[in-house]
Design a protein around this ligand. Structure first.
Ligand code: T1G
Length: 698
């Protein structure tokens, strides 16, 4: 007998109360408990209606994702849903918190649905590489109509109660204890003589241009397939009898369950939760975080200040002149106006943040009471040391001193203060109030509660925090530099930047590396190459063709010309004809005879370079686990989520195959393609990167 669903009797109404913390996932024993208590209600003399309700903070968060990829366990969820609907008694679902995936499917199988005003519903299966697999694609369109159902299912978005009422997903919004609200609604239905209302018996959804819709959704998915497959399941709801439609949905669902994309997306789901759970931080109390100092009001500083304001912290921003202070305040005002426009904040909150929560000052003395300071000044070590010297003198004992540096040595910065234990790196990604990734860079002497404070700040700002060790570029930028070089080598050897960009967009990136360079500014890469030149290994291949373009003052989008030529007011650019001339000149100079590259080879080399450097980053302890690298690439570098990240992609390809490719490439360039020791070790042991993730969670 399952103890996950409690049965209770209230007059002639039975209550089935799901009790599977933390979010009532529909594990096997919950499904079994629902069947048992449904039968109990049917056999219970005098019961005329049933209310299904969830204990705790959610109605039901969906199927139990931990069961995916394993042998399916009976009772299957579609059968539970059909059993609910077939009950000869009126069934009411009383929803609160979230009702997602299988949770909403359970509710759609009830005859009536009532929800709290703060409740949210949705079918987010596409975010897991799947489609709703327990009649959601068959029942939802019967309530909302075809178009709305396709929008909700293919986006996987959460729908607030008010909109759900408008769409017909729920019948009533009512505030109060969910069980009491469910009982009252069921009583009203009984008193009014309402009949059972099986959704499966409602009219099937109308036909639309299914092929055009399928193609449009496939294109929008940028390589992800499950949203488009959901269109076919809704089409089955329109064209087949209900039971046949359910079978068609189930086939699509089970086929998707076998895909790499399902593996990748579920890996991403669990990894984005695991990445912030560091054993070393268990029980470590973070320091107070009420007021934050920000040094520098440029793009990064203003973005960081905006993120802290949006998290309802007080911010003291330091700039060195009236003009700079004014510009900083305007940047922040612009950021907050954007948040207001996107509906992230109310008008009242917007006004308060600008007038009360933010102080802009030109004196470091204004920082004497802040709890944590983040400097976002010029990326020059001497400038950082000057700033940290001042902070050391002004800030109160215990104030955390953080640098937003993207590659400089945080140990060296810490050594410039009398309190290295209070110093940490907090590497935000631009725009800092939008990008979710935050690299928490831990220096040798950083105190453990300062690390915990960095993670606590990141959590408060809604970031995905990843712990990084100190090296040039930490995790993301260090790996970026290598796979970016691999792309540059392919240009020298015959692939055009434009073919490389397209191949990687087809792989799933939002933009290719050269378009990204144009967006970020070619001057940044140019400066990095000049900075690294004195330390360069003699065998390192560094293309110089793009430096010629930089010397002419062309830095990409900001100057209107880079790898691509950009026309004012037009999105995207067109390939710059100068590029191939410059490449050809360099090839002649180097005596290179260019060759053709297939898109597959381009992607393979690019990804092998990424995985190889990532394995070195994990092997050296700069990243704690392979999943940490996956989260950095997903949340900071636009890696396609449906692969789960580069390390998950590599596991899916098979590490022996990756190593074999790298060893093959090493025959052309032994220095660049030195196989990572960790990669060789895992292949020798027959293990995967995911095995390392599992080791770390023990
Ligand atoms: N299955 C298993 N565990 C789950 C879970 C689920 N569906 N949802 C959450 N958890 C765990 C999560 O891993 C974490 O564990 C803890 O609960 C708290 O979650 C047949 C096939 C519900 C909005 O995709 O979106 O139904 O880290 O930290 O920020 O058609 O969790 O504590 O060990 O995220 O308040 C569809 C997934 C499934 C919803 C709560 N449902 N979950 O967010 O807490 S597929 C989903 C979420 C399906 C059917 C199909 C969020 C949340 P731990 P949390 P939160």
């Amino acid at each position: 007998m399952s103890d996950k669903v409690a049965y209770s009797r209230h007059g002639d109404i039975a209550v089935l109360r799901i009790q599977n913390p933390p979010v009532n996932a529909l594990s096997q024993d919950v499904r079994a408990g629902l069947l048992q208590t449904l039968m109990q209600a049917e056999a219970d003399e005098g019961v005329k209606a049933v209310v299904i309700v969830g204990e705790g903070r959610a109605f039901i968060a969906g199927a139990d994702i931990k069961e995916f990829g394993k042998q399916p366990l009976e009772p299957y969820l579609p059968d539970v849903c059909n059993r609910i609907e077939a009950l000869p008694l009126i069934v009411v679902a009383s929803m609160h918190g979230v009702s997602l995936g299988g949770g909403l499917e359970i509710a759609l199988s009830a005859h009536y649905r009532v929800a709290q005003p703060s409740a949210r519903v949705g079918l987010p299966e596409v975010h897991l590489g799947l489609i709703p697999g327990a009649t959601g694609t068959q029942r939802l369109p019967r309530l909302t109509g075809t178009e709305k159902a396709i929008d909700v299912i293919t986006t996987g978005r959460q729908v607030k109660a008010a909109e759900a009422l408008e769409l017909g997903i729920i019948d009533k919004v009512s505030e109060g204890d969910p069980e009491a609200v469910g009982l009252a609604y069921a009583q009203d239905l009984l008193d009014s003589g309402a009949a059972r209302r099986p959704v499966s018996e409602l009219d099937p959804p109308a036909a639309i241009d299914w092929d055009a819709t399928y193609e449009a959704v496939l294109k929008k998915g940028r390589g992800q397939i499950s949203p488009a497959e959901a269109v076919r399941a809704v089409q089955a709801a329109a064209e087949l009898p209900f039971d046949e439609g359910v079978k068609a949905e189930r086939k699509i669902f089970m086929d998707l369950m076998q895909t790499d994309q399902r593996q990748g997306m579920i890996h991403a789901f669990f990894s984005e939760r695991a990445v912030g759970n560091l054993p070393e931080l268990k029980g470590v109390e973070p320091r107070t975080l009420q007021s934050i100092g920000v040094i520098g009001g440029g793009t990064m500083g203003a973005g960081i200040a905006t993120a802290c304001l949006l998290a309802e912290m007080n911010v003291v921003l330091i700039e060195m002149s009236d003009e700079a202070a004014k510009a900083a305040k305007e940047r922040i005002a612009g950021n907050l106006a954007g948040a207001l426009k996107r509906g992230k904040i109310s008008q009242e909150k917007h006004d308060n943040l600008l007038t009360i929560a933010l102080e802009v000052s030109q004196s470091y003395d204004s920082l004497k009471d802040v709890d944590l300071v983040i400097e976002a000044v010029f990326e020059e070590m001497s400038v950082k040391k000057e700033v940290f010297g001042k902070l050391d003198a002004v800030c109160k004992p215990g104030c955390v001193l953080a640098s937003n540096t993207s590659y400089l040595d945080v140990d060296e910065i810490a050594a410039s203060t009398t309190r290295p234990e209070d110093v940490i790196g907090l590497h935000f990604f631009s725009p800092a109030h939008v990008m979710k990734l935050l690299e928490v860079v831990v220096a040798d002497k950083t105190a453990i509660d300062v690390v915990a404070t960095g993670f606590a700040l990141g959590k408060a700002l809604g970031k995905i925090c990843v712990r990084a060790g100190v090296c040039d570029g930490f995790i993301g930028n260090r790996i970026l530099a290598v796979y970016r070089d691999a792309a540059g080598h392919m240009v020298l050897d015959g692939a055009s930047p434009f073919q490389i960009d397209k191949a990687l967009v087809d792989f799933g990136f939002a933009m290719g590396p050269f378009a990204v360079s144009d967006l970020a500014g070619l001057d940044i890469g140019w400066a990095t190459r000049k900075r690294k030149a004195p330390h360069r290994h003699p065998e390192e291949r560094v293309p110089t063709y793009i430096d010629r373009l930089c010397e002419q003052g062309h830095f990409g989008q900001k100057t209107g010309e880079g790898y691509y030529v950009y026309e004012k007011g037009k999105r995207g650019g067109t390939p710059n004809p100068k590029i191939m001339e410059l490449v050809k000149a360099e090839q002649q100079e180097l005596g290179i005879t260019p060759r053709d590259f297939s898109d597959e080879e381009i992607v393979r080399r690019y990804m092998c370079a990424m995985v190889n450097e990532a394995a070195k980053v994990v092997g050296e302890g700069i990243a704690k686990r392979p999943l940490d690298v996956d989260m950095v690439l997903l949340f900071g570098y636009g890696f396609p989520r449906y692969w789960g990240g580069p390390m998950k992609w590599a596991d899916i390809q098979g590490l022996p195959n990756i190593l074999a490719d790298i060893e093959g490439y090493a025959k052309e360039d032994a220095w660049f393609w030195q196989p990572a020791p960790l990669l060789k070790q895992l292949v020798a042991e027959g293990r995967t990167f995911d095995d390392l993730n599992k080791d770390a969670s023990k």
